[in-house]
Design a protein around this ligand. Structure first.
Ligand code: PLP
Length: 394
């Protein structure tokens, strides 16, 4: 099997699993319990928090452990909006290419009377910081713009956007779920107030993540109940998950430079392959891009059909479309980049990790063009394109 769907999730790092096992077995105490077993778990939690803070260059108190990226995004958006509303500020700024964990909360807020400005992105998926500045109003309570896009891998100019937000006194949240562990991020240096991350995107366990809230920008708790996480996130802490997440992050960051070089080599193999396929387009930005991401559109075929064909050959990839309620819609990200619906539906995302090999990239470079050719040979849409009855679109 060749697994190239690492933007969806990654394999748990065996070292993270080893770090977790004691807390899944004999070290099962509740960190809020006062007895020794509980206090041992509390010690592990405190140690994990300090270590994660060191890795991200922030203070331990600025980290709130959550159940993952979705919860962190919801927390940041809903609580920033609630705090904003109290001060008479009911406007938010975001983009059309955010993950649904950001877009759905924004839509909910719109239903509740907030207004949201969606700043445009370029054809390669880049936000222009000037557009963010233009969108900010006197009543803006939050700007939420992702660090790296989960479909096309584009890395946004978050340092510049953060500076603008700071100048205007507006909170800046970034969904860094695809970036943490994959690109350098120094929370002390970056003008970020709120940042979401998720362990399973960097070889940690699923169902574990964190919300960074800069000192001075701390929001109220969103999940209410007990006093865990200093009242910022109720619920018994997922000690094994948190310990595993921090171990995984440590290992990804130690190997970051080496992994980046390794993944860029696979990326190049894929770009070279794309250049040999007629009417094929690489989506996203070439210069500002996650090293493991390659995203293509192929004229005349369905991405879903390509995925199924590749899966039958043991290749686990992904399409740039979301499947909702039984119907396949074109990806909102690709439409925001300006792709037409037909082109957007013929897309394939390959996301590599340090566990992939050059031999696997070479196998893909052999398999993908043949799969595309095979599908085109039976595609009525491709035939019409070849006959000039339909535009290729690419
Ligand atoms: N944000 C982005 C950019 C993502 O890619 C994902 C996961 O696909 C999420 C948020 C949601 O993270 P989680 O699966 O941890 O809830």
């Amino acid at each position: 099997m060749i697994y190239v769907d690492n933007a969806a999730t990654t394999r748990l790092d065996p070292a993270a699993l080893d770090a977790m096992l004691p807390y899944l077995s004999e070290g099962y105490g509740n960190p809020s319990s006062l007895h020794t077993l509980g206090q041992n778990a509390a010690g592990a939690l405190a140690q994990a928090r300090r270590h994660m803070a060191d890795l991200l260059n922030c203070a331990p108190e600025e980290l709130v452990f959550t159940s993952g990226g979705t919860e962190s995004d919801n927390h940041a958006i809903f609580e920033a909006a609630r705090a904003g509303a109290k001060a008479g500020k009911r406007h938010l700024v975001t983009t059309k290419i955010e993950h649904h964990a950001v877009l759905r909360p924004m839509e909910r807020l719109e239903e509740e009377g907030f207004t949201v400005t969606y700043v445009p992105v370029s054809a390669t998926g880049l936000v222009d910081p000037q557009d963010v500045e233009d969108a900010i109003q006197d009543d803006t309570c939050l700007v939420s713009i992702m660090t790296a896009n989960n479909e096309v891998g584009t890395i946004e100019p978050i340092a510049d956007i953060g500076e603008i937000c700071r100048d205007h006194g507006v909170l800046f949240h970034t969904d860094a779920v695809q970036a943490v562990g994959h690109c350098p991020l120094d929370l002390h240096a970056l003008p970020i107030d709120l940042l979401s991350l998720s362990a399973h995107k960097f070889n940690g366990p699923k169902g574990t993540g964190a919300l960074y809230m800069r000192d001075g920008a701390a929001l109220d708790g969103h999940i209410l109940g007990g006093g865990q996480e200093r009242g910022k996130r109720a619920g018994t802490e997922n000690v094994p998950g948190i310990v595993g997440m921090v171990k995984a992050l440590e290992r990804r960051l130690i190997a970051l430079d080496e992994t980046t070089t390794q993944l860029q080599a696979y990326q190049k193999t894929m770009y070279d392959m794309a250049a040999t396929i007629p009417h094929c387009k690489v989506n996203g930005d070439f210069d500002h891009r996650l090293p493991g991401n390659v995203h293509f559109s192929f004229a005349g075929i369905s991405g879903e059909a390509l995925l199924v064909l590749l899966d039958s050959q043991g290749i686990c990839a992904s399409v740039g479309s979301a499947c909702e309620a039984g119907s396949v819609d074109p990806s909102h990200v690709l439409l925001a980049l300006g792709l037409d619906t037909r082109t957007a539906m013929g897309s394939l995302r390959l996301t590599f990790s340090h566990e992939n090999t050059q031999a696997e990239a070479d196998t893909l470079a052999y398999a993908v063009p043949r799969a595309v050719e095979k599908l085109r040979s039976t595609s009525p849409v491709w035939r019409q394109m070849e006959e000039g009855a339909l535009p290729y679109g690419i």
